[in-house]
Design a protein around this ligand. Structure first.
Ligand code: AMP
Length: 428
């Protein structure tokens, strides 16, 4: 197994290795297919950005920005950071490329690594991967929120993810009679129970009282249950938006659970928030978080533009799939070319080229092997067939194909062989 080598991957980072990478590719291909059926296109923003972009959008006081970013000074002294998430980059790109001129909403998805210096544990890494999407512009009709959520649920359904649970909430908006009024009430209620709360929650009463609702501390749960709930304090517009989102989800056959404690750690979220959990993940069981962020674009200096998006934790998605037995099947080879002799080699090279062009995976040993050794290798690589090419086969124009599972052999001319393999492929 693992050897102690001089160099090791940095704590919180890891190598994704075959055969697991096949599962990653399958998940990413499925995301592309599903998202494209919902009319999304891919965006690939850079992996590092000016630190200021994240400080502005995520909030300089948040844990992500104040403690977890990998930041450095570029040689021209610009402070830059590895991206801890991609929403800010997508919004920056929307503004930078004048995408408000395009038909709205602009619907974009992305996938790739994100970086946060968190304490590593199962399902939590310092380099982790997200698959996400943003729907920008085109208003804030509840149907947009519902369709975005429907899309994620369709994706999870296609993957066969198990015990998927969708929680939704509305956290109102910035108007004084909505979230700010609620936050004041919440603060007042928290002040009264301050002594019974842990240090983190006590600090958050001032910095970010909504986050207290996120607390997982056992002894705080009973106290939190008595706090005022935002659903009872939404302004009429936000209340009717939330009711419409729920109706729209029902119409689309999407099951959800209302969770009044679901607030997002990032500052710019408004109205709809949602989180999805899945099986086999222990304490880090959130596979997707999302919500509406109607103020973000202006915060970044862009035109007033409504937005909603989500980010799926791909590492956790993979862990959950593996937990329910949907791991990757090792990638075998279609054909192992067992060649012997100079003349046979030239034919083997050409045969490998033709078979690869036809879409088969082919292993062509670089040096001549004894027949037994070649078959042994073919077997170890999980090859379906061995194509036996010796000088006799080449001069007779009759090639031998051995099916490794049962050891049977058949003789073919070259065109017949290709035809036979193609039929096998389409027939499964
Ligand atoms: P966030 O960008 O914080 O809303 O996170 C969205 C999703 O990304 C979460 O629900 C997790 O699935 C995933 N995620 C966030 N941080 C990490 C991490 N450090 N390691 C692995 N997955 C993460």
């Amino acid at each position: 197994m693992a050897n102690k080598s001089k160099f090791q991957a940095i704590k919180g980072t890891r190598d994704l290795l075959p055969p697991e990478t096949a599962l990653w590719n399958y998940v990413e291909d499925t995301a592309r297919n599903v998202f494209e059926t919902f009319g999304l296109d891919e965006i690939r923003p850079p992996i590092f950005e000016p630190t200021e972009l994240f400080a502005r959008s995520i909030g300089a006081e948040t844990d992500v920005v104040s403690k977890e970013m990998y930041s450095f000074e570029d040689r021209d002294e610009t402070p830059v950071s590895l991206r801890p998430e991609a929403t800010a980059s997508v919004c920056r790109a929307y503004i930078e490329h004048g995408m408000q001129q395009l038909p709205q909403p602009v619907k974009l998805y992305y996938m790739g690594p994100m970086f946060r210096r968190e304490r590593p544990q199962k399902g939590r890494y310092r380099q982790f991967y997200q698959i996400g999407a943003e729907v920008l512009g085109g208003g804030d009709a509840p149907a947009i929120d519902a369709e975005v959520i429907e899309m994620v649920m369709t994706f999870f359904d296609k993957l066969g993810l198990t015990a998927v649970e969708l929680d939704i909430n509305s956290i109102g908006h910035h108007a004084p009679n909505c979230r700010p009024a609620y936050v004041e009430k919440l603060k007042a209620a928290l002040e009264k129970v301050k002594d019974q709360l842990g240090a983190d929650s006590q600090r958050r009463i001032e910095t970010n009282p909504l986050r207290v609702l996120d607390s997982k501390l056992e002894h705080e749960q009973a106290i939190i249950a008595t706090l005022p709930r935002i659903a009872d304090h939404l302004c009429p517009d936000c209340a009717s938006h939330y009711a419409a989102v729920k109706r729209q989800l029902e119409m689309r056959g999407v099951f959800f659970k209302e969770n009044w404690r679901l607030v997002r750690g990032l500052d710019y979220y408004m109205r709809t928030t949602f989180e999805i959990t899945a099986k086999g993940l222990g304490s880090q069981n959130a596979v997707c978080g999302g919500g509406r962020y109607d103020g973000l674009m202006e915060l970044l200096g862009g035109p007033p533009t409504k937005g909603i998006g989500f980010a799926i934790g791909e590492d956790r998605l993979i862990l959950s799939l593996q937990d329910s037995g949907k791991g990757a099947t090792p990638q075998g080879r279609d054909v192992y070319v067992a060649w012997m002799g100079e003349r046979a080699y030239a034919t083997a090279v050409r045969a490998a080229k033709d078979l690869r062009n036809a879409g088969f995976s082919v292993e062509l040993p670089p040096t001549e092997l004894k027949f037994g050794k070649a078959l042994e290798r073919a077997d170890k690589l999980g090859s379906r067939y061995a194509l036996i090419l010796g000088d006799n086969e080449v001069s007779e124009g009759s090639w031998t194909l051995k099916t490794l599972a049962d050891g049977t052999q058949q003789k073919f001319t070259e065109p017949e062989l290709l035809e036979f393999l193609k039929q096998g492929k389409s027939g499964g």
